[in-house]
Each structure stands twice: as structure tokens, then as C-alpha cells.
Write a protein that binds this ligand. Structure first.
Ligand code: NAD
Length: 320
């Protein structure tokens, strides 16, 4: 059945850190994947079931023509400006993260898309004063990025209630990844490992004690795949929080030093980064995700550190 009638998916932000790995997993599962992303991000090699289309997520006519031609059953909406880039240009952040998402939700209903996965963020919270933070903790973000993500979470629930779109959403905390994008203020732990591998000194943009809830990349990809595949009847929530471990700048420095004893670093807090990171949750109650669809992280800090070093070294060896 799978060969004759494969699932068709559209991944916006499909050439990004998470998008291309989600695509790899879906392609390996026999699905047909259309990746949409900005020009200049195209991969060199394409899988036979993979199509890459470049453009701007704000181009509604282009998106409509893609949905008309490729008829995806499921959309993974990952295209976004991240925390740092959103703060740098509020107008563009709203256009890309909020307005374009609204238009894509609208188009999804018009074009008969079944399922819509949206990547939200722990940055949709601020000044969390309980540990672990409960799932229903109020979302009053103090960043533009968080504000746009809350807006889309609410819109998704509206489209689900009003139009029956199967809207699903996960809120990711900090993600440790060898591909951590520059535009995220939460990318510094990943960049610290990279600096150590390159033999460069590193400046942590927060004080040593500042920390945040964290996941490793592989757990994020697993969560997107497993959650989206879960029978809707098992899901008691529109949106789930995920947590694997709490990570401070000092814990990152220690983990890097353990593997690279000559690693040189300093703590030089950057106000905008530190105020955002310190306002996001440290430990998150993710019991509902564990119960409803079997969420279970495989990576703690030690495993994450080993794996990111292995992946970064592979990347360095290939580019050397
Ligand atoms: N990695 C994390 O730490 C993290 C944490 C929480 C949430 N998220 C969310 O997960 C999703 C994927 O994040 P990521 O880590 O892969 O980041 P990423 O920056 O690698 O991916 C986002 C992609 O969106 C694309 N994009 C940006 N503007 C666009 C536009 N105007 N038109 C089309 N494409 C555009 C970018 O080119 C990029 O490939 C995002 O929605 C992000 O907000 C990520």
C-alpha cells in the first residue's frame, strides 16, 4: 500500500537544522517529500522521492501553487525566523512567523490538507517560577519570537476547532545540535562544542549559572516523527511540552573541557541573550507527552556531548 499510495508531505523550512533530518526520516519511510525553503539552502543530492522548491514563505501564491501541484496530506511547518533574528527585525518576524503561518493554515483548509505539524518553543514562556513548569503554565512571552509562536499556537487551535484541521504542535526547549542555526540565542552550547573542535576560544553569552531545559537533536527528530504518526484519538492535547535535561553554561563548559582539556572559555553575558535564556523554563513537566504518545528522550547531557562531538568531527573531516 505504501509503495502505491505514499504519504505526501510538505516541509517548510525543509533545508534547515530540523527540516532536512525530518525529511530524511520520512523519505526512508517511503513518503514523498516536498521541501520548501529560501534560495541558497538547496541540498546537493536529492532522493528520488524528494522535491526542493525555493521561495519565500510570505509568497502565498507560490505556496498555493505548491499545494495544488503536490497535494500534501501533511504539512510540517518549520520555516521561521529564530529568537535572535526575530528580535533584530520585529516587522519581518511577524510577517514570516505569524502572518505567513496564518495564510498557510488557511490554505491548508482550502486545499484539504489533513495534518499540520507546527514547531513552537519554550520561549513562548517568560519568568517561570515553578519547577517543573506545568503544561498549563500561562504563556506571556517577552520576546518577539515567543509572541509569534504563541499567536500561531492559538490560530492552529482555532483552525482545528472551526475547520477540523488536525493541528499538532510541540514546544521545543534549547536544542543541542551540530547544525545549530546562528539566528537562535539558544545556540551557544552547540557553538561551544564547535569552537573546542576548531581549537578556538569561546565566550559564553550568559553567566555560568544560567540554564534552560534542553533536548538533543535526535530526540527532537524522533519526537516530531512519532508524535505526528500517533492516532489522533490518543492525543488529549493540541500542544505538548518536552524536556530531557537542565543545562547551564557551566555544565556545557565542564562537558566540553572533559573532552577537550585545552578548551579556553569565558563568561561574558550579553544582556539580550541572558535575559531571554534566564526567563525560559528550567525543567518542564512533559508527563502528558509520555503518556499520550510515548515520548521518551534517549539523550542526557553526557550522551548529547559525545554525539555532538562525533557529528561535528565528521563534518570537519569532510570539509577539511
Ligand atoms: N532548534 C531549536 O533550538 C528550536 C527550538 C524551538 C523551536 N524550534 C523551531 O523549530 C523550527 C525549525 O528550527 P531549526 O532549528 O531547524 O532552525 P533553522 O533556522 O535551521 O530552520 C528554519 C528554516 O526556515 C527557513 N526560513 C526562514 N525564513 C524563511 C522564509 N521567509 N521563507 C522560507 N523559509 C524560511 C530558513 O532558511 C531555515 O532553513 C522553527 O520553527 C523553530 O522556531 C527550534
Amino acid at each position: 500500500m505504501k509503495d502505491n499510495n505514499p504519504e505526501r508531505v510538505l516541509i517548510t523550512g525543509g533545508n534547515g537544522n530540523l527540516g532536512r533530518l525530518v525529511a530524511d526520516r520520512l523519505l526512508a519511510d517511503g513518503q514523498r517529500v516536498v521541501k520548501f525553503d529560501i534560495p541558497g539552502t538547496e541540498p546537493i543530492n536529492l532522493h528520488e522521492n524528494e522535491t526542493v522548491i525555493c521561495g519565500d514563505i510570505r509568497d502565498t501564491d507560490l505556496l498555493k501553487s505548491i499545494l495544488t501541484e503536490h497535494r500534501p496530506n501533511t504539512i510540517y511547518h518549520l520555516a521561521s525566523l529564530l529568537s535572535g533574528s526575530s528580535e533584530a527585525d520585529l516587522t519581518i518576524a511577524w510577517e514570516i512567523n505569524a502572518t505567513a503561518s496564518f495564510k498557510l493554515l488557511n490554505l491548508s483548509v482550502e486545499m484539504g490538507v489533513d495534518k499540520f505539524f507546527f514547531a513552537s518553543t519554550a520561549a513562548s514562556y517568560a519568568e517561570v517560577d515553578t519547577n517543573p513548569m506545568p503544561l498549563d503554565y500561562p504563556q506571556w512571552p517577552e520576546s518577539m519570537y515567543g509572541a509569534t509562536k504563541v499567536a500561531v499556537e492559538r490560530l492552529g487551535v482555532y483552525f482545528k476547532a472551526k475547520h477540523g484541521l488536525d493541528f499538532r504542535c510541540l514546544r521545543f526547549p534549547l536544542v543541542v545540535s551540530p547544525f545549530a542555526p546562528e539566528g537562535a540565542v539558544s545556540a551557544f552550547p552547540s557553538h561551544a562544542f564547535k569552537a573546542a573542535i576548531l581549537g578556538n576560544p569561546f565566550r559564553f553569552p550568559v553567566a555560568r549559572s544560567i540554564g534552560i531545559s534542553t533536548l538533543f537533536l535526535d530526540d527532537v527528530i524522533d519526537s516530531i516523527i512519532n508524535y505526528t504518526a500517533t492516532n489522533a484519538l490518543n492525543l488529549s492535547r493540541h500542544v505538548y511540552n518536552l524536556h530531557a535535561y537542565y543545562l547551564t553554561a557551566e555544565m556545557v563548559a565542564d562537558a566540553v573541557r572533559k573532552r577537550f582539556p585545552d578548551f579556553e572559555y569565558s563568561y561574558e553575558p550579553v544582556e539580550v541573550v541572558e535575559s531571554l535564556i534566564s526567563s525560559w523554563p528550567d525543567v518542564v513537566d512533559d508527563d502528558d507527552a509520555r503518556h499520550d504518545w510515548g515520548w521518551q528522550p534517549n539523550f542526557d547531557l553526557e550522551k548529547s556531548a559525545d554525539k555532538i562531538c562525533e557529528l561535528l568531527l565528521n563534518i570537519e573531516n569532510k570539509t577539511a
